[in-house]
Design a binder for this molecule. Structure first.
Ligand code: C2O
Length: 575
């Protein structure tokens, strides 16, 4: 109780000499701060108005002592806590029907239980590729979804409520506990893979329960293999409960899927597109994803602003596949083209089945790859309703082992595993454009970037990945536009005859930002702020730039970039 009283007295006028208080309570205390919206910063009179890091306040350190703490601070943060369902702020969505509130059906006093994994003896569910689903499994799946759609709209297991779960966690609806001015956002950071894994886990169990089949497994959209590179036919049958009318009518099967989709269809042959898709998969899964931050996304802890930075696959192909599926005739490219509505399309769960499978694949590809061991990741918590409509609190650490969750994926091979782009010729790069960053990305911008280290040994390269960082990305609007730009290194003056930029050997990757909700104050007052990172060790070798002290980096706008500014481009190293 002692600590609770102290906490409640934390106000902006209180000196910074707080003594050792329970970390969680302190985090909670910060919700009294009016300026909690500022990223990780709190002002404090004891430092003469100088701003100090939130974590220094947690530690009870004043400015000078805090300044010496350096890297230790990161160990003192706290995980994102499970949201308080009672405190749900219905989003204010432009151009959407008034019933698009995504608050969960929750009554005060509902008991929350902690997650327990299924018994080790329960059957292993084997998720099939959607284009390979047999008639019997399809019939089960359709029956399960039909039953889910028939449940009363206020049953948390109903389809009506299931899609809203995604809507709720994609922003603006829940406060971070203790930070009433900060939303919970499970995209664009290290929560992306675990949250979606858990979402599918409960969704699958509810469907299985509805048809009384504990082997029921959700299909996955195998868009990383040529045979899966179109909308799976089982979702395109107009009389099936898997059908959804809010999709791009031009993208019906067998129209080929473009993993680099930037809101317009590519003007290349089917074979070229497939070849390009495989190269993109290789890049996103292998060369750009050598370290966990680069694959899983950046840390996002209690008190952080959202959008700390998405991992490779979350940017691409995740975002483009969403957009490619959504209906351009809808005001916000509903359903899949906008996160608020995305899970209203049953194909969402197949799309994310593949995303989840690729997490599993990534871990298997390199024995040295591990997930985060940081407790702020492992203990981040969410709430979901299970198949008995019980509210369950579940943490990231609960979902790391798919075998313990009793599911796996059909083995369909990895056709992109050898699709490394050919070495590009080291021609003369197009010169840097005049003018410096920050700049609006309404045209291609080329900047000269210094490489602090050149010609490193193989071992040094394996130990520390060279990372191209595009920082200070600001997007004026969260909701209406898909933003995508490509990042190329030493691209020659003359474009390689009609080949899309991302398929040339010069591409480091793409930044893709799928629209979603945001706090209304953010919509009014502030842009999205985020950072993009690309692992470029292999790329530097492939374009013959490994010995170069400088490279020319091109930022090529593909869509929505008139409202994007970029602050700077630099190279750093990641262990
Ligand atoms: Cu939560 Cu594909 O989005």
């Amino acid at each position: 109780m002692e600590s609770t009283r102290m906490i409640l007295s934390v106000t902006p006028s209180m000196p910074c000499g707080l003594q050792t208080l329970a970390r969680r309570n302190l985090v909670r205390a910060l919700h009294h701060r009016k300026d909690a919206r500022q990223p990780r910063r709190l002002s404090c009179e004891a430092t003469g108005g100088r701003r100090v890091d939130r974590r220094d306040v947690l530690l009870g350190l004043g400015g000078a002592a805090a300044a010496g703490l350096g890297a230790q601070r990161d160990a003192l943060a706290a995980p994102i806590q499970a949201p308080d369902f009672l405190n749900c702020n219905p989003p204010d969505l432009p151009n959407t029907p008034p019933d698009a509130s995504c608050c969960p059906p929750y009554r005060d006093g509902t008991i929350i239980t902690d997650f327990r994994p299924p018994p080790a003896s329960s059957p292993l569910r084997v998720r099939p590729a959607a284009h390979l689903v047999d008639a019997e499994s399809l019939a089960k799946y359709e029956r399960a979804v039909a039953l889910m759609k028939q449940l009363p709209a206020d049953d948390p297991r109903s389809f009506e409520q299931q899609w809203r779960v995604h809507c709720a966690y994609c922003g603006a609806v829940f406060d971070q506990v203790g930070f009433p001015d900060l939303e919970i956002q499970i995209h664009f950071c290290w929560l992306f893979f675990p949250w979606h894994r858990l979402y599918l886990y409960f969704h699958e169990r509810i469907l299985g329960k509805l048809i009384g089949d504990d082997t029921f497994a959700l299909p996955f959209w195998n868009w990383d293999a040529p045979d899966g590179m179109s909308l799976p036919a089982i979702y395109a049958n107009g009389s099936s409960p898997l059908y959804n009318e809010r999709r791009d009518p031009a993208h019906q099967p067998p129209f080929p899927l473009d993993l680099d989709y930037s809101d317009t269809d590519a003007n290349i042959s089917r074979d070229q597109l497939i070849d390009q898709n495989l190269k993109i998969m290789y890049r996103q899964m292998v060369s750009d994803a050598k370290k966990r931050e680069l694959f899983l996304g950046q840390p996002y802890r209690a008190g952080d602003q959202p959008d700390t930075g998405a991992g490779s696959v979350e940017n691409v192909p995740h975002g483009p596949v969403h957009r490619w599926t959504g209906d351009p005739a809808q005001p916000n490219r509903e359903d899949m083209g906008n996160f608020y509505s995305a899970a209203r399309d049953p194909i969402f769960f197949a799309h994310h089945g593949n995303i989840d499978r690729l997490w599993h694949v990534w871990r298997g590809l390199r024995p040295s790859n591990t997930d985060f061991t940081d407790p702020d990741w492992l203990d981040a918590a969410f709430l979901f309703y299970d198949e008995e409509a019980r509210l369950v609190r579940v943490r990231v650490r609960d979902c790391l082992d798919t075998a313990a969750l009793r599911y796996t994926y059909q083995d369909v091979g990895l056709p992109w595993l050898n699709a490394r782009p050919a070495k590009a010729s080291a021609g003369t790069p197009a010169p840097a454009t005049t003018g410096t960053l920050p700049a609006t990305l309404d045209r291609t911008i080329r900047v000269t970037v210094t490489r602090p280290r050149v010609s490193r040994s193989r071992r040094e390269k394996d130990e520390e990945e060279e990372v191209l960082v595009v920082e200070g990305i600001q997007i004026a609007d969260h909701f209406n536009e898909f933003v995508k730009f490509d990042v190329l290194v030493n691209e020659p003056e003359r474009a390689v005859g009609g080949t899309p930029a991302t398929a040339t050997g010069y591409c480091a990757g793409s930044f893709a930002y799928t629209p979603h909700m945001a706090r209304s104050d953010e919509m009014r007052n502030g842009p999205v702020k985020t950072v993009a990172r690309f692992g470029v060790c292999d790329l530097m070798d492939d374009i013959g730039a490994d010995g170069d002290k400088t490279v020319v980096v091109s930022l090529v706008p593909r869509c929505g970039c008139e409202m994007v500014t970029v602050g700077g481009v630099s190279i750093s190293y990641l262990k």
